[in-house]
Structures are given as structure tokens and as C-alpha cells.
Design a protein around this ligand. Sequence first.
Ligand code: ASP
Length: 342
Amino acid sequence: MRTIWILGWAVLWTACQTAPEPLELAAPAESPARPWAIVIHGGAGHFGEESMSLEMQTLYTASLEAALSLGEAQLAAGAPALDVVEAVVRLLEDDSLFNAGRGAVFTAEGTHELDASIADGATRNCGAVTGLSGYGHPISVARATMDSSEHVFFSGNGASEFAKTQGAETAPPEWFHTTKAYDRYVGAADREGDLPVPLEEKRGTVGCVALDRDGHLAAATSTGGMTYKRHGRIGDSPIIGAGTWADDRTCAVSATGWGEYFIRTGVAQDIHSQMLYGGKSLEAACEHTIFDEMGALGGDGGVVAVDAQGHVALVFNSAGMFRAWSHPEGREVAMFGPYQQP
Ligand code: ASP
């Protein structure tokens, strides 16, 4: 009996010593990091193919294509994401088709109050201006705020004074007087008191997010705000965390839409936080914020975003969003809905 017992232990001991190692499961394959990626928006709104002439479609496509090509060329050549998003937004600020810089919408007083912000994912530094008048490239004033001041946000006269110290290019009121924005202003003036402003008027803000070859993310957003906005009204575009965000650990985001709702739900930072604390994918985080948070309150609009792996997201709950994306595996320029991930 004692021999059998000893034999049993011996067998068990040997088995333990020679038991094969448990199979190590291969880690799920990470989708390969893309060396660079860019996403651009030119505003969201309730417009469809039927409401835009072929001529206008061609013009918008050409403008988005030009902005995308500029960003692609710079990123492919190794330019920093921060410089690329600024350069792309500057180009769109010069384009009167969009509600930013030159094509900015009119306030209720018939003036232009421009908002812009920029964020650097590498340093988590940022800069913003709101209610800026008389300067053609608010995004560069936002960049100067980040680079050359001890602050991150200037408003109104303070923003103009700071822009002057930086030698930013000034632009006279006539430069901002475009027929498209003026017609909208007259239409809104006729409807005064008849709020809310029709949804289709909320389009044209511009934004760009990018991942560069060094793995850095950046975001930039620029707008004239909303047609017939009251003097001093601030939307989400110049607010870091609402309209713009960049953090190399997660993503870069630029938003467009009904700003009040984007501020109330802290859209851009909400996307980042879901990724950082909840481990969500870029796409899932954007969809949750746009549909279940901002949209659930009654807001409309969308975001463009890119993560540190070069995944892109273009998520909107409006009928359309002017948009373009590119990375070494593909590219697209689009404007109409419904929402569909590339
Ligand atoms: N978000 C901008 C604002 O509320 C407008 C827009 O994106 O169309 O000022």
C-alpha cells in the first residue's frame, strides 16, 4: 500500500515537472500604425445633394481637395502636425466659401467676430482667441497665443491688441464682406425674434486634425460663429475641450455644429476621456459623444478626429458635413450624409 502511495506521488511529481507550458495566446494584431493621417471639415449642416447646385458642389469639392492636398504633401514630407493643421486652416480661412476668416458670417450688429483655437498633442499646450476683429487669420493669432504668450485664451480687444504685438496680418471690414454671408445676414435680420436660426445656416466652420511622422497629434478650428449671433456670443470653436482637443496619448479632435450644445457636453474632451479612462476606440468614443451626449440634448453637428495609430473618424448627426480625410492607405472628399465611417 505504502509503495503504491509513493509511486502515485512520484508519477504526479514527474507529470508536474514535464507538463507542457500553457499555450501562450498570440496578442490580437494591432492594426499597423499609419505614418501620418489627416482629416478636415468645412462645417456641418442640414444640407443634402438636392439642396446644392452642381456648380456649388464642384466649388466645395475643389476647395476641400486643395486643403487636403496641401496637408498630405506636408505630412508626407515630415512636417509637424501642428504646422500642418495651422497651414490647412489658414488656406480655408482665405476661402470665402467657408465660415472662417474671409467668409465669416455677420453678427447681429453687422460686424465679424472671429473665433479660433489650436492644440498641440505633444506638449498639451494650446492657444485660442474669441471675438477677434480685423485679422484675416485668427488661427495664427491662436497659435501665437500658444507660442508667444504666457496665456492660452484672449478675447475681444485684448485679442486684437495681442495680435498687433505679434505683427499678425490685418484685414479691413470690406475684406470680410462676402455676398453669401451678407445674404444670410439679411435673411436672419428679416427673421429677427424668430429663433432658433434655421439649421441649414449652421455650416462652414473649418477644422483640421493630423498625425505626423513623429507620432504627434494636433488640432485646429476656426469660425465666424453663427449668423446673427449676439455681440460677445462665444461658441465652442475657440473653447479647448469643446471644439478642439489634442493629446498624443489619445486623439486630436475638431468640432463643428451648434456650439452651445458642444460646450454643454464638452465634446472634444469627452471623446479624449472615453479613450484615456475607458479604453474606447476613437470611433466608438466619437459616436457616443455625438449621438448619445451632444445629440441627445438636441444639438447637431459633428467632429473629425484622428488617433495616435492613424485611425480617422468623421462622425456627424446632421444631414451633411463638408469633410476630407487621407492617409497612406486611402483618401476621400465628401459632403453629404448619412453618417458612415470610412
Ligand atoms: N460651432 C460653431 C459655433 O457654434 C459654428 C459651426 O460650427 O458651424 O460657433
